[in-house]
Design a protein around this ligand. Structure first.
Ligand code: GDP
Length: 409
């Protein structure tokens, strides 16, 4: 597909796409529900809201789209496939609990993807709520609140009591103005798969988020190696759509198969071109599989550096906080003029599938110190070509990275 650059005068503002992340039980799902309901209560016309994987709400400052899968797993999985649909991350922290391991994990994912963060301090209705403590804790991680002279927007909310929701929406809409999010609605559509499934009655059903252009019923489309014609489009209120512009989520019927989340859908003008594109993709995939250059590994670091790698990203997992800190600082100090060593995530605990996905998405390697891969992390790493190195002695870990960088291995 030829990527055309749009003329500035063809670009129109588009709604921001938001992902809600945070520690388990801090209220991500509740917040998504509260936002959806706030909008219904505000009297938005239309049917009953459906769970299609994304929804769009209107605010007086413009529309905002929410991806309906809370947490960073989906976010990272999509990124691992090269899709970045999220414009803003809302980091939810429970005011009575504070910053927890997954809060920091989510923060690292958002930072590595360079997506701006707005903090929602949730559960402020609770007697033990200490919203300022959250501000303090997160300031230590680079999220200094605006009201303290920093750059991060904090919103105190209660998903349960439904307070602060309008303010949060307003902030999101404003943030999107600052980000100057724009797209050209007047061209063939490009969209990303948010989720997809096989429906017994309707066949493959796929929720797409239109990124640019306008998608219409009747369009011939290609997603990955699937071909199809848009037979019907249904929005998050259950309404039939004839067309969907940028930042519009819609369920699409008519694909030949079930695509994967994060795959890109293109509208093509004729069937023959579509077939050619699918064939082209198939060949490219096979070529890629053959070449298997793929992700960074410590053994092939020199090749990667020769091919232009300027930054070695590391995800560090260790058994105790002391080792996390010691290794993290020792590794960061290995940076040279040619290659910067960045520890994008350092935490206590075993190596998880999420770590592997983050490594894949960020093109990082994983270093484990006195820990092992948990669950399916090992097999996923193998499948995705992510390099996991395990060490028992700090010196060994540092030395091996150093040697690899010096090309002595
Ligand atoms: P998730 O794991 O982050 O999706 O969290 P949930 O949305 O499932 O919420 C976890 C628990 O916290 C549930 O029992 C919610 O009812 C409760 N909860 C969520 N938001 C609030 C809130 O604003 N105030 C209070 N008191 N409880 C909340």
């Amino acid at each position: 597909m030829v990527e055309t650059t749009d003329k500035p005068e063809d670009l129109r503002p588009r709604a921001p796409v938001v992902t809600i992340m945070g520690h388990v039980d801090h209220g991500k799902t509740s917040l998504l529900d509260a936002i959806r309901n706030a909008n219904v209560a505000a009297g938005e016309a239309g049917g009953i809201t459906q769970h299609i994987g994304a929804y769009r709400v209107s605010t007086k400052n413009g529309d905002v789209v929410f991806l309906d899968t809370p947490g960073h797993e989906a976010f990272t999985e999509m990124r691992a496939r090269g899709a970045q649909v999220t414009d803003i991350v809302v980091l939810v922290v429970a005011a009575d609990d504070g910053v927890m391991p997954q809060t920091l994990e989510a923060l690292n994912h958002a930072k590595d993807a360079e997506v701006p963060i707005i903090v929602a301090v949730n559960k402020i209705d609770k007697p033990g709520a200490q919203p300022d403590r959250i501000r303090q804790q997160l300031s230590a991680h680079g999220l200094t609140p605006e009201e303290w002279g920093g750059e991060t927007i904090y919103c105190d909310v209660s998903a349960r009591a439904r307070t602060g929701i309008d303010k949060l929406l307003e902030m999101l809409a404003l943030q999107s103005e600052i980000l100057e999010l724009k797209a050209n609605p007047n061209k063939a559509a490009k969209a990303t798969v948010v989720e997809a499934r096989m429906d017994a009655k309707r066949g493959p059903v796929s929720t797409m988020l239109v990124q640019e252009g306008t998608l219409r019923v009747g369009d011939t489309v290609v997603v990955g190696e699937e071909l199809g014609k848009v037979r019907a489009m249904i929005d998050d209120k259950g309404r039939q759509l004839q067309q969907a512009g940028p930042s519009t989520p819609a369920e699409i019927l008519g694909l030949s198969g079930v695509p994967k989340a994060g795959e890109v859908m293109n509208v093509v003008t004729d069937e023959r071109a579509a077939k050619e594109l699918v064939e082209h993709r198939r060949i490219r995939r096979i070529e890629k599989e053959r070449a298997k250059a793929g992700p960074v590994s410590l053994d092939k670091l020199m090749d990667a550096m020769r091919a232009g790698l300027k930054e070695l990203k590391i995800i560090l997992k260790a058994d105790v906080q002391g080792s996390v800190e010691a290794l993290s600082s020792a590794l960061s100090k290995l940076s040279t003029e040619k290659v910067k060593v960045t520890v994008i995530q350092a935490a206590v605990g075993g190596i998880t599938e999420t770590d592997v996905n983050l490594a894949k998405a960020g093109n990082a390697i994983i270093i484990g110190f006195h820990v092992r891969p948990a669950g399916k992390a090992s097999s996923l790493a193998e499948q995705e070509g992510v390099d996991i190195k395990l060490y028992d002695i700090i010196y060994d870990a540092v030395d091996e990275v150093k040697q690899a960088m010096a090309g002595l291995l």
